[in-house]
Design a protein around this ligand. Structure first.
Ligand code: COA
Length: 174
């Protein structure tokens, strides 16, 4: 595990991911879990300009090393607990901390994923205002569930085995 150089730089939106070279080496896992490979694949596509359009937020440490990525787009949230679908709700497509920093903690005790998700939510609020934000997470992905739970995302179970759980955050300030 690498040491984080603090203070981390403020999380920021990267307008042109194809020009952000650190994406080429990004990896959020050895690929043992499907979600790690998925995040790495999306990041690779963003760097090659082959991804579905989405907003990319990056978090760097004080030395400019890429700590993590989070991307989102607007989608329709068909949540079972609402009367009607919620249109144009920010959907977090991927979030990943580079594997060099897995298990790392900031001086204040928080995880890098916390700073990254807070930064992504701030970017969402800045661009789209306060809205419901949602994500889909494999039931077995305990570390991602813990992260979303720490940031006010409620949990809706999948109906069938093999499907993903829905995490929904109400329109609140970060
Ligand atoms: C989800 C994620 C962003 C959370 O990052 P984070 O909040 O900064 O925290 P970490 O995952 O590094 O660490 C969380 C805990 O798991 C532990 N951990 C770290 N690496 C681990 C590993 N390879 N296996 C098991 N546990 C691990 C940490 O020690 C930490 O434990 P602690 O809370 O007792 O200190 C990060 O785990 C990640 O990038 N995962 C792969 C991508 C992914 O699953 N994305 C979500 C779906 S899109």
């Amino acid at each position: 595990m690498s040491e984080l150089a603090e203070p981390l730089r403020p999380a920021r939106v990267v307008e042109d991911p194809t020009a952000y070279e650190q994406l080429a080496d990004f990896s959020c896992g050895a690929g043992d879990a499907a979600w790690e490979s998925h995040v790495d694949r999306v990041v690779g596509r963003l760097y090659k300009g082959e991804a579905i359009p989405q907003t990319l937020v990056v978090l760097e440490d004080a030395d400019g090393r890429l700590v993590g990525v989070c991307s989102f787009w607007l989608g329709d949230l068909m949540a079972p607990l609402f009367r009607t679908p919620i249109r144009d709700a920010p959907y977090i497509n991927v979030i990943g901390v580079d594997r060099r920093f897995h298990g790392a903690r900031l001086a204040d005790g928080s995880h890098p994923g916390d700073v990254l998700l807070r930064g992504a939510l701030a970017a969402i609020h800045g661009l789209h205002g306060y809205r419901h934000v949602f994500a889909l997470v494999a039931p077995e992905n305990a570390r991602a569930h813990a992260l979303f739970a720490r940031h006010g995302f409620g949990e809706v179970s999948p109906l069938k085995e093999g499907r993903q759980a829905l995490r929904i955050r109400p329109p609140l300030p970060v």
